[in-house]
Unconditional design. Structure first.
Length: 92
C-alpha cells in the first residue's frame, strides 16, 4: 500500500474541457484516492487569471498545485509519481 493510500494534501488543478492531459492528471490523482479541487478555465475568467498569478509561466493546462506548491502539468505529475516523490507529497 502506498503512502498516499489516505492522502491528506490539498490538491488543486486548473483544467479545460476536452483536454487529454487534464484527464490523464485527474485519472492519476483519482487512482491515488486524492480529493481534487478542479477549476475549469475553458472560457477564461477569474480562475484563469488566478492560475496565471500563481504560475506566471504557465500557458497550458493542466496546472497542478499540491499544498499550494506549483508542481506543473500532467507530465510533471507523472514524473513525480515515477520518481516516488508524489506519494509523500500527497501524504503531507
Amino acid at each position: 500500500m502506498s503512502e498516499a493510500a489516505n492522502p491528506t494534501a490539498t490538491v488543486e488543478i486548473y483544467t479545460k474541457w476536452g483536454c487529454p492531459y487534464c484527464s490523464r492528471a485527474l485519472a492519476l490523482l483519482g487512482r491515488k484516492g486524492v480529493n481534487v479541487t478542479e477549476y475549469d478555465i475553458t472560457f477564461g475568467g477569474e480562475k484563469r487569471k488566478e492560475m496565471l498569478e500563481r504560475a506566471p509561466e504557465a500557458m497550458t493546462v493542466p496546472q497542478i498545485f499540491i499544498n499550494g506548491r506549483h508542481v506543473g502539468g500532467s507530465d510533471d505529475l507523472a514524473a513525480l509519481d515515477a520518481a516516488g516523490e508524489l506519494d509523500p507529497m500527497l501524504a503531507a
